[in-house]
Design a protein around this ligand. Structure first.
Ligand SMILES: [Zn+2]
Length: 271
């Protein structure tokens, strides 16, 4: 083989390789996979789409100065939760959801949706157990399974627990302290689970709302979800600002302690 021929062949190979590389940068992703496959290479893995993160929120109001109220929804998520999320989104209201672990496992998409919309996600035990009467072992199991299910669905580790029935004990306080969760009670209970009556729920909440309060509702009842637009619109017209439970207390909640309302009258910010 003479000198010039070798040079020509090398040049041709280099040119072909360069063209191939150039073409593959021009080709769309699908084409690149086919080109790579045609060259006998494994296609480069496409990057995983990242889960959308919640939008950055404006700083919460100072609830020792502003008329704040926390709407809380227990026992979900379930079908009617989707309707409630639409209502809250249309009014730009953030709420707190105390979730039952076994419902989280059934409806992880709704938990993600709650989190992505900027609501606070919290724990309400795995089986809606009476934690005040439960053994230490039962408490740990109920709370750990719920925390794990919520973390798996949304990436969030809740910092709040609402004990079902408001039933608590020294034992529960000890476990929640160790697990980093404050216990959250309420100031307004319209008994929406007993009386499935939209107007009665509206009336009772509107009558008993007060600044620094926490409203107990259940998004598993469509009758309750239908009461939410009027509750928000009326109270907003009275100057109320709706916040999550952690926002209500300015983020100053101590694990293991029980909280019922923000007692802003004493200027302490804590009950
Ligand atoms: Zn409950």
């Amino acid at each position: 083989m003479d000198g010039p021929n070798v040079v020509r062949r090398v040049a041709a190979v280099v040119l072909a390789a360069a063209m191939c590389g150039w073409l593959s940068t021009l080709a769309p992703a699908g084409e690149r996979v086919r080109l790579a496959a045609a060259r006998g290479q494994a296609p480069a893995a496409e990057p995983e789409p990242e889960a959308p993160k919640p939008k950055p929120k404006p700083p919460p109001p100072d609830c020792t100065r502003v008329k704040c109220l926390a709407l809380t929804f227990d026992d979900g998520p379930t079908e009617s939760t989707g309707d409630l999320l639409d209502i809250l989104a249309s009014r730009n209201v953030k709420a707190t959801f105390f979730l039952v672990g076994q419902n989280v496992v059934e409806n992880p998409d709704l938990v993600r949706r709650e989190h992505q919309a900027g609501h606070e996600i919290a724990d309400h035990s795995y089986t809606h157990a009476d934690l005040g009467r439960a053994s230490k072992q039962e408490i740990v199991s109920e709370l750990t399974r719920t925390q794990d299910a919520i973390r798996q669905a949304s990436g969030v580790t809740p910092k709040l627990l609402r004990p079902p029935y408001g039933s608590t004990s020294k034992r529960l306080a000890k476990v929640t302290r160790r697990m980093g969760m404050a216990q959250i009670m309420w100031t307004v209970d319209p008994l929406d689970w007993r009386h499935r009556d939209t107007e009665a729920v509206e009336r009772r909440v509107l009558k008993n709302a007060k600044p620094g309060g926490i409203v107990l509702l259940h998004d598993i009842h469509p009758t309750t979800v239908r009461a939410v637009p009027k509750i928000i619109d009326r109270l907003a017209a009275e100057g109320y600002v709706f916040v999550t439970v952690s926002e209500l207390f300015g983020g100053k909640l101590t694990p293991g302690e029980e909280y019922t309302e923000l007692n802003s009258g004493e200027g302490q910010g804590l009950p």
